[in-house]
Write a protein that binds this ligand. Structure first.
Ligand code: NAD
Ligand code: TDX
Length: 339
């Protein structure tokens, strides 16, 4: 069968494509991505020549291009990773987040209705649930936790989720949604915490920790997320939401210290900077539903995953150095210079 993967030139989408081609070589994968600052064709270089892989450069908001692709490919499944994904950028400029994350989702689902598909899967995030207090470690996000967003990014993702569920109820579109916690691993764009700290450490640059570094995230190795989505699109129940997370909560400051230690760099590089506006305190996922229904469990322990990830950044300097040498310099200057 043919699966359209949108946003496949980004971090999680590319890892998902590698996962699919490895575990389901009988399927055809078509990647639809308009290569924003976060999309890199070099990431997909190793699969570009595969006969069962096709890359198409197009915007998910471009109705004509999306319809043309559906017409050509007659896909059974759509997995939508395409999004503006960085919270800090959404605080600077929300508009493009609303356009891509909400309207792009609508365009994709309209094409699904027009051409008929077996499944539309929306890759969402735990950020739609807002945050949890630090002094209530007994609380976790379940699929029933009310939507309660903090940033323009999370609001745009939550809006898309509501639209997806509305298309299911109103038009009977066969949808599923997954809400995952923070991912880490290879091809993670260097604007995000873990790759940013690895890159800065390797360049002996200051490590900008927001606020006191007390905020907690629930980290999951990207391949475990890909495996969960694979199970959902093949065995998950239509109309359902599945939370994905590995019960691996860590404070930001502890992650940064761990990276310093692993790279043999001094903690004196750590610089506390002005906090993110509306900064969510703690995310923590309860993954009981996906475990009970689909048998999913995370396989990579954080200690192993972070070691593999750091090694990947050491072995693939060309990939991230090229990214941080271009337009990213202006972004970095704007976000961090006077922070
Ligand atoms: P990313 O920023 O690394 O990649 C996004 C990709 O989407 C890029 O290749 C970009 O070119 C593409 N894209 C953006 N706008 C597009 C458009 N209009 N048309 C076509 N393609 C477009 O993002 P990521 O971290 O890989 O996240 C992927 C998805 O997973 C997002 O939907 C995000 O909300 C969700 N998610 C991410 C995390 C995380 O920790 N990174 C956790 C949970 C959920
Ligand atoms: O320079 C930094 N310093 C810092 O202290 C950066 C970039 C981040 N942080 C903090 C902010 C967060 O508490 O680290 C934490 C993680 O930040 P990000 O990597 O920006 O991730 P987060 O905001 O948690 O969102 C991520 O997880 C959920 C993804 O970017 C989203 O796409 C996903 O939905």
């Amino acid at each position: 069968m043919t699966i359209i993967v949108t946003g496949g030139a980004g971090f999680i989408g590319s890892n998902f494509i590698f996962y699919q081609l490895k575990h389901h070589p009988e399927d055809r994968i078509v990647c639809l991505d308009n290569l924003t600052y976060a999309g890199n064709l070099s990431t997909l270089a190793s699969v570009m020549d595969r006969p069962n892989f096709r890359f198409v450069k197009a915007d998910i908001c471009d109705r004509e291009a999306v319809n043309r692709l559906f017409d050509e490919e007659k896909p059974e499944i759509i997995v939508n990773f395409a999004a503006e994904s960085h919270v800090d950028r959404s605080i600077e400029d929300p508009g493009v987040f609303l356009r891509t994350n909400i309207l792009g989702t609508q365009v994709l689902m309209d094409a699904c209705r027009k051409y008929g598909i077996g499944r539309y899967h929306q890759v969402s995030t735990d950020e739609v649930y807002g945050d949890l207090p630090l002094d209530r470690p007994d609380l976790f996000f379940t699929e029933e936790t009310p939507i309660h967003t903090s940033s323009p990014y999370s609001a745009s993702k939550a809006s898309a989720d509501l639209l997806v569920l509305a298309y299911h109820r109103t038009f009977g579109l066969p949808v599923t949604i997954s809400r995952c916690s923070n991912n880490y691993g290879p091809y993670h764009f260097p604007e995000k915490l873990i790759p940013l700290m690895i890159a800065n450490c390797l360049n002996d640059k200051p490590l900008p920790v927001y606020g006191k570094g007390e905020n907690v995230r629930d980290w999951l190795y990207v391949e475990d997320h890909c495996k969960a989505i694979d199970l959902i699109i093949r065995k998950g129940r239509v109309g359902e939401v599945y939370n994905i997370g590995g019960h691996n909560e860590m404070k930001n400051i502890d992650i940064v210290k761990l990276i310093c230690k692993a790279l043999d760099k001094p903690e004196s590089l750590i610089t506390y900077v002005t906090d993110r506006k509306g900064h969510d305190m703690r995310y923590a996922i309860d993954p009981t539903k996906i475990h009970n229904e689909l048998g999913w469990l995370p396989e990579t322990k954080f200690a192993d995953g972070i070691k593999k990830t750091i090694q990947w950044y050491l072995d693939n300097r060309d990939w991230w150095e090229e990214i941080i040498s271009g337009e990213y310099q202006n972004y970095y200057e704007k976000m961090y210079a006077n922070r």
